[in-house]
Design a binder for this molecule. Structure first.
Ligand code: FAD
Length: 489
């Protein structure tokens, strides 16, 4: 019997349970990817025809290209179709006479409902349909409190996840049996127009990223060899390259968290390795745990991307300030660490976690702009834009989420800069106007004496903006606004 493997957010051949099952079924295998209608799932990208797209669209284009390459090395071709998956699956079943369909699960709210319906309909037609966990350490429903409910706090969730998980062996990429008789029409990737044009704002991405499974595995090996040992103390330093940068690869499932988990443990447990390395490995794995926690929250509270998890925040009076939003999104706030982060995001499609927290806090608390506006900007510009991580993290910073940082914790962009970018080299990289400024002024150029500014060729208000708000005043305003909603309770 012919089987279809429906690739979604699992664009890889190794450790792919759905693919392994399709191959184990024994007959011809048809690899299929569907670019879905925007309303149906999260495999969707917006604005295809205008060519403006998102950073994720750019990634998807290159990732599909890489998957096509890996399949063709085995003599297979990837079938690409665009539209409603229900209809397309029916057509492909008809064209190939497939009797079974396999996929790895997804967890975004619309996607779960949609998959359930598709599964039911296809089974009614007599097809075998099986789904698997291909993208999380544990299924969101399998990690439970003693009272059999979902977790709202990370640490007990993380402890329960580790207890539950057990050993999950990594599956090698299977040899897919070739059956030239099974032919199926495919659209052309280039016709999907996923890449930005006029202007091509992603033209710097290829210097930084290698989308696809091979790129993901390279990235993992390099990280484990060079940076894991520094991860625990280095992960908060945007001026150092000590984080894994695996997030966009995880976003499209070019690597599984299980592969990362097993490889990290192996790297840290090799004989002769120190306790320090083991501690670094667990600090890193804990971050993967946060990813699972975001999915746990999204699964149990599907309104997470759209609504405050703590309803008292519904009364918060946000500013409608398009000028301030524009300054923030383009990296022109006059606060160097904020501007460096927002420009790193625009130019490379990624931002260091510490700076994501600083920039998000600045938007929400210094500018009092709704976290959903910030999350929407990140969703368009991040190559790792992920509905669960993005929503949970923005709500964490806002203080409106589960196990969130309290609203009254307002990041100070000057002291954060001085602590986590002490020499200012991160700022110098992304805000070249300030590159000649001595380090004592790099995070607060408005306090620099006129002679220092002149020597560094910094002209505040001309080639670098004055701060758009005074942080101390903005902090007081944020706290007062927060007190007002607390007082209302
Ligand atoms: P590493 O430090 O190497 O961590 C390894 C992996 O663990 C990451 O790839 C990621 O999958 C996971 N991880 C790390 N930190 C977190 C975290 N705080 N929450 C959940 N998972 C985490 N991450 C996304 O993948 N997509 C997003 O859209 C996203 N939006 C964010 C928005 C804000 C406001 C903030 C504060 C954080 C956001 N994060 C998001 C989380 C985090 O910043 C990134 O996952 C991380 O910076 C990716 O870099 P890395 O792969 O080098 O991380």
């Amino acid at each position: 019997v012919t089987s279809i493997i429906w690739f979604r957010r699992d664009l890889r051949l190794s450790d792919n349970p759905a693919l392994t099952a399709a191959v184990a079924a024994g007959g011809p295998v048809v690899p299929l990817f569907i670019l879905e209608d925007a309303t149906k799932g999260d495999n969707t990208c917006r604005d295809y025809d205008s060519g403006t797209g998102t950073a994720c669209d750019w990634w998807l284009h290159h990732s599909l290209n890489a998957l096509e390459g890996a399949l063709s090395a085995q003599g297979m071709s990837l079938v690409l179709r665009r539209g409603d998956p229900e209809q397309i699956l029916r057509q492909v079943v008809e064209e190939t006479q497939a009797a079974a369909i396999f996929w790895n699960r997804r967890y975004e709210p619309g996607g779960i409902e949609h998959d359930r319906k598709i599964k039911q309909d296809l089974r009614l037609q007599g097809l075998t349909v099986e789904s698997f966990n291909g993208s999380l350490l544990a299924e969101p429903w399998s990690v439970k409190t003693k009272a059999d409910g979902p977790f709202k706090v990370f640490t007990p969730f993380w402890n329960a996840l580790q207890r539950n998980r057990g050993q999950v062996p990594v599956q090698a990429a299977p040899r897919i049996p070739q059956h030239p008789a099974v032919r199926c029409f495919s659209e052309r990737l280039d016709d999907w127009r996923l890449l930005p044009r006029n202007p091509d704002w992603a033209n710097g991405f290829s210097d930084v990223w290698q989308p696809g499974e091979a790129g993901a595995l390279d990235q993992l090996v390099t990280f484990l060899e060079k940076s894991l040992c520094h991860y625990k103390e280095g992960r908060d330093r945007p001026d150092r390259e000590q984080v894994s940068r695996l997030s966009p690869h995880l976003r499209w499932g070019e690597i599984s968290p299980n592969q990362i988990w097993q490889a990290t443990l192996m790297a840290s447990e090799k004989t002769g390795k120190s306790d320090g390395l083991r501690a670094a490995a667990w600090a890193f794995l804990r971050e993967l745990g946060w990813r699972d926690f975001s999915y746990h929250l999204l699964y149990h509270w599907p309104s997470l991307p759209a609504r405050n998890w703590r309803p008292e925040f519904d009364k918060f009076s946000w500013n409608q300030d398009s000028r301030a939003f524009q300054a923030w999104s383009k990296g022109n706030t006059g606060y160097p660490i904020v501007d460096a982060g927002m420009r790193q995001l625009w130019v490379s499609g990624w931002m260091h976690n510490r700076v994501r927290m600083i920039t998000a806090s600045f938007l929400i608390k210094d500018l009092l702009i709704d976290w959903r506006q910030g999350a929407a900007w990140f969703a368009q510009t991040l190559v790792d834009a992920d509905i669960a991580n993005n929503s949970a993290s923005w709500q964490w910073v806002a203080g409106s989420g589960a196990d969130a940082s309290p609203f009254f914790r307002v990041f100070n962009p000057i002291t954060q800069g001085a602590k986590f970018d002490p020499d200012g080299s991160y700022v110098r990289t992304w805000v070249p106007e300030l590159s000649a400024l001595p380090k004592q002024w790099i995070h607060k150029p408005w306090e620099a004496p006129a002679a220092a500014l002149e020597e560094a060729n910094v002209q505040l208000g001309k080639n670098y903006p004055h701060p758009i708000v005074d942080h101390a005043t903005a902090r007081q305003r944020a706290l007062a606004t927060f007190e007002a909603i607390r007082g209302d309770q």
